[in-house]
Design a protein around this ligand. Structure first.
Ligand code: KG4
Ligand code: ZN
Length: 341
């Protein structure tokens, strides 16, 4: 059995986790501590990088101690220290990376500098022991990609967004409708009681041959409708949210269908359709993707809700996957604000 500590500080979640893997490759989450900074950023309607970095400094060491306590182990029991070295807000990334390097130096354990996107991409193997290759929709506040996951470090991007990320589109929609931050959960909650057919919003990119996304036009159309019927009653906001979410769902399904077709050309037959990243918490998107997978005769895998958003367990797991392949880093590993898959 191997055990790794995972540290995540790339955005507005401070997280530390302990994950083990047995000889058969089965992962076990032994502790998964997450402290969200949402309250600190909500007043600004988005993440403020300087505030985020300072908040990580305040809590990270305690969070690591707590994760080890919950797992019932000490530093000596670890086989490696994994940390998200990017992509993300550089101040926060530095806090996590310097902490991990210091721990690696003092304990003389291997450092595993993990790509945050790769960690989201590999989470399905922790939760469902999923074999390669699979088709991944990775959708978060900063990223939207359809990727053929062929192996650790072996990714073929089949599509991405030409403008806003899906989570970003949800966040902007929420903001213009006067809802809180982060917007995704708020829009989804309001959409439950709304009429998805009241507003005819566009479905950008529908039918295109490449699996790319474009979401800024949808956001603009939403704003125009909201301004047209202002002032907005609660009913209007619910209908706007439902119409917006329905448009996003249609786009996601259409783009994923195109990517499924392209998949066989680069990776053969997928073992499953996988959703990851914060947006994969969305129930309507999950249901639609599950139906699409069913049509294609594939399983659908999405992490349980606590593992959809940013967390330390996914970093520890990605570290374990890399450790198993001997992909360890040394103390020169850079912090990377940008780091494509
Ligand atoms: O992966 P994540 O926690 O952080 C990033 O790396 O960005 O994703 C956060 C994003 C936010 O934009 C948030 O609004 C979105 O995921 N999100 C959702 C839902 N829950 C979170 N979007 C749609 N529906 C949701 N239920
Ligand atoms: Zn993320």
């Amino acid at each position: 059995m191997k055990t790794v500590l995972g540290i995540e500080t790339t955005c507005d979640e401070t997280a530390a986790a302990v994950v083990s893997v047995d000889e058969d490759g089965l992962g076990q989450i032994r502790a998964n501590e997450v402290l969200s900074q949402i309250a600190e950023h909500a007043v600004y309607g988005g993440v403020v990088p300087e505030i985020a970095a300072r908040a990580h400094v305040e809590v990270l060491d305690r969070l690591i101690a707590r994760a080890l306590d919950k797992a019932g182990i000490g530093f000596a029991d670890l086989d490696g220290i994994a940390v998200a070295a990017g992509p993300g807000l550089i101040g926060g990334v530095l806090v996590g990376l310097v902490t991990a390097k210091t721990l690696a130096l003092v304990t003389r354990k291997p450092l595993l500098a993990v790509n945050h996107l790769e960690a989201h991409a590999l989470t399905a193997r922790l939760t469902d022991n999923l074999p390669f290759p699979y088709l991944l929709l990775l959708a978060s506040g900063g990223h939207t990609q359809l990727v053929a996951v062929r192996g650790v470090g072996d990714y073929v991007r089949l599509g991405s967004t030409v403008d806003d990320a899906i989570g970003e589109a949800f966040d902007k929609a929420a903001k213009l409708l006067g809802l809180g931050y982060p917007g995704g959960p708020e829009v989804e909650r309001m959409a439950e009681s709304g009429d998805p057919e009241r507003f005819a919003l566009p479905r950008p990119m529908l039918g295109r041959r490449e699996a790319d996304f474009s979401l800024s036009g949808l956001k603009t159309a939403l704003r125009i409708e909201a301004e047209r019927i202002a002032p907005l009653a609660e009913r209007d906001v619910a209908d706007l949210c439902a119409s917006f979410q329905a448009a996003v769902v249609d786009v996601v399904v259409d783009r994923a269908r195109v990517a499924l077709r392209a998949f066989s050309g680069v990776a053969g037959r997928p073992t499953a359709l996988v959703a990851a990243g914060g947006v994969s918490a969305n129930g309507a998107i999950r249901r639609a993707l599950a139906a699409l997978a069913g049509e294609a005769g594939l399983g659908f895998v999405a992490p349980p809700l606590p593992l959809c958003g940013d967390n330390g367990a996914m970093i520890a797991w990605a570290g374990l996957e890399r450790l198993r392949l001997g992909l360890v880093d040394d103390l020169t590993a850079p912090a990377r604000p940008r780091w494509p898959l």
